[in-house]
Design a protein around this ligand. Sequence first.
Ligand code: F6P
Length: 323
Amino acid sequence: MSVKRIGVLTSGGDAPGMNAAVRAVVRTAIFHGVECYGIRRGYNGLISGDIIKLDEKSVGHIINRGGTILYTARSKEFMTEDGQKKAVATCKFLGLDGIVVIGGDGTFRGANALSKHGINVIAIPATIDNDIGCTNYSIGFDTAANTAIECIDKLRDTMQSHERCSVVEVMGRNAGFLAMYVGLAVGATAVLVPEKPIDFEKDVIEKIRQARFNGFTHYMIVVAEGAGSAADIAAKIKQSIELDPRVTVLGHIQRGGCPNGRDRVNATKMGYLAVELLLQNKTNRVVCTHGGNFTDEDIDTALAMRRDIQNMEVEVLTAMTGI
Ligand code: F6P
């Protein structure tokens, strides 16, 4: 089948670099003489036909912008068979020969459903959680991690001055990749992630005690949101030892801001590859990257794959905290 017209959408939580991926999809399509339409507001836009024609100019000066110019959503309607049928009808009505979807695992499940209804779909991983099993890297992670690191560095100044303990909650949904990376980068006293069972006395109190023995009078505890709330952890610390921790929930600030170089370049390569795959009439594939190489994987297989926190990260953290 010759590909003449494609669509692109962003879905789920936004991630810095989504715009760079949209730009790459549009520019690659046009380079091959293929028309490109932006579908707005994720799968909701596919159901309602909320589309916008995209040309070279319309994606100019967005490579550096955070968020997504296409808006995003988590569509409840698209999770139903009825919603999916409406989306397929829109694709057929518009004559879309394929769609590129940009987002996390929820977005991939949507792509999988579309593909099973006969629509050619290629997915691009974009989530600050970096929890997509088939790829080492998802767009947005590096920028989000660096934003969190910058915030925590600032926090450390005031913590150090007041000789305090801080408990900082980092996003990641059910995954601890962001928290572990950020914790290592800021030199945290302890990092709590959902992937590792938590022994509060050993993993938090003993680490604070060890830091005190090492001569420190301020303590940074980084907790992944999936491992518990910073407020609860601070309360438990207060109960156990003579400290009055301050709580910071970084929240959505981590998802905003200009994508950094790594996210722009990965997004551009992934957007390019996604269109090349559509042109080869491939469907139900997700673009992946491993150690600088870019490949693609079947979405069914990808959804069954899990990533885990590397043992090395835990070992390094243990060595850095001395316990
Ligand atoms: O999946 C990205 C993410 O930012 C998670 O880290 C977080 O748990 C969730 O989205 C927050 O979602 P919302 O923006 O709907 O509050």
